[in-house]
Design a protein. Structure first.
Length: 150
């Protein structure tokens, strides 16, 4: 795995967790909307409400089971635990780099998501200097990860 792939894996975990959280919210909303419809039908069985039927057909989905939602919550918690473990391992590896400027640039760019031009402004360096330092930092990080993997 290249250093960029290793660093990008953190972002991939974040996106995966976000997608699952959105799915969970969608499933919970769907389940709630079905519950409301059931409550409405139980309280007024003689008057059909076509707007409820229409909104259900727009959703076009069967309600999720409570077990599915519970399993999704467990998956999200497991993904978060894996994400934290991987992120912490990468952060620890970054900060064992002999050049602390390189470690700082990699951490800010890949962990915190700060663009290189903002890092340049913060450190009062030219953007090109930070780009060059970033490239050197990635090469240094690659040497370290090869050593760690052996």
């Amino acid at each position: 795995m290249s250093p960029k792939d290793l660093l990008l894996s953190i972002k991939k975990y974040e996106l995966l967790i976000e997608a699952k959280k959105k799915e969970l919210l969608k499933m919970e909303e769907l389940l709630t909307s079905i519950d409301i419809k059931d409550d409405y039908e139980n309280s007024k069985p003689s008057i059909p409400d076509t707007s409820i039927i229409k909104s259900e057909s727009v959703l076009g989905q069967t309600p999720p089971s409570p077990q599915y939602i519970a399993d999704l919550k467990v998956q999200i918690l497991q993904d978060i635990a894996n994400y934290i473990q991987q992120r912490d391992a990468i952060i620890n590896l970054i900060f064992t780099m002999p050049n602390l400027d390189y470690a700082d640039i990699l951490s800010k760019h890949w962990i915190e998501g700060i663009p290189l031009y903002e890092i340049a402004d913060e450190k009062n360096y030219a953007y090109q200097t930070i780009r060059l330092m970033h490239t050197k930092a990635l090469k240094s990080f690659e040497k370290m990860t090869k050593f760690v993997r052996q």
